[in-house]
Design a protein around this ligand. Sequence first.
Ligand code: 4VN
Length: 325
Amino acid sequence: MPFAKITQTAHYVPDNIVSNDDLAKIMDTSDEWIYSRTGIKQRHITVDENTSDLAAKVGEQLLLQADLSADQIDFIIVATISPDSSMPSTAALVQAKIGAHRAFAYDLTAACSGFVFALSTAEKLIAGGYTRGMVIGAEVLSKSLDWSDRSTAVLFGDGAGGVLLENTGTKPLIIAEHLRTDGSRGNSLTSNHLELQPELLGRSKPVAEFIKMDGRAIFDFAVRDVPKNIQETLEKASLKPEDIDYFLLHQANSRILDKMAKKLGAERSKFLQNMQDYGNTSAASIPILLSEAVKNGKLSLDRNSKIVQTGFGGGLTWGTLIVNL
Ligand code: 4VN
């Protein structure tokens, strides 16, 4: 069976930066409140690029770095909860924008776990015989934020990151994985709910549903269920935290990363962190983190490194991949 290999990584964020101080001018908050509770200093917020534009920039960069033409791509999976539209999918828009006319393309919706779920799926596509695909996490969450709700508006940002996956591996890419969903707790983190035919039923048209979060419930979920999931996945692979080079966890909140490192008995310095620059970019947070680590030399795609990738968020969804780069 062919083994998948991550042969390129890339990320792209819109130019426009909104600092905590900028937010404090339009809502009752402060840099000190946001930074001390979340680790976030700023976020990139798009002015005129939609989700598919950010994702297509990543796709073009992957092709450029790999010196490939677009028609050599077999599939494109875009993990997103902020698509340009339900139809066409963001992945179909990306396929057209980069000219990957041979590729089949679809979106995958698993909120902040989206990239992890998508990479797991894509690995199986390669094992099943496809040669080459792109897995991209891309979000424009600023479209779905209620800028009068200071408890959520300060947390999120826009961006995209992705990987090129090829069938040229010489060993399994994913050593162990454990993906989870608990729909019964889904109400604690929601967005873009669609009403049933409001006009037909004589109701006034509803305003778009923004991102709503029960912060306490999600924080507790992250601290209780997620370290357990990482621990179980490590055990499946007969590995200990010491065997892991870096932990790439969803960038929701630096205090959560502190607690996870403590619970796992892992070195906090192994938990890569960039929410200070980007805020929480949901499905894009892990691939942006990976791409930055490759760019700045922390990680190499050819050094046999073992990394943990863990997503957690809306659905509820959570899951861990132990990846051998
Ligand atoms: C995973 C998590 C979060 C999240 C939850 C709570 C939270 C982020 C609540 C307390 C507040 C500071 C912020 Cl753990 C969000 C997602 C969605 O991607 C996923 N921040 N906070 C405070 O008062 O300290």
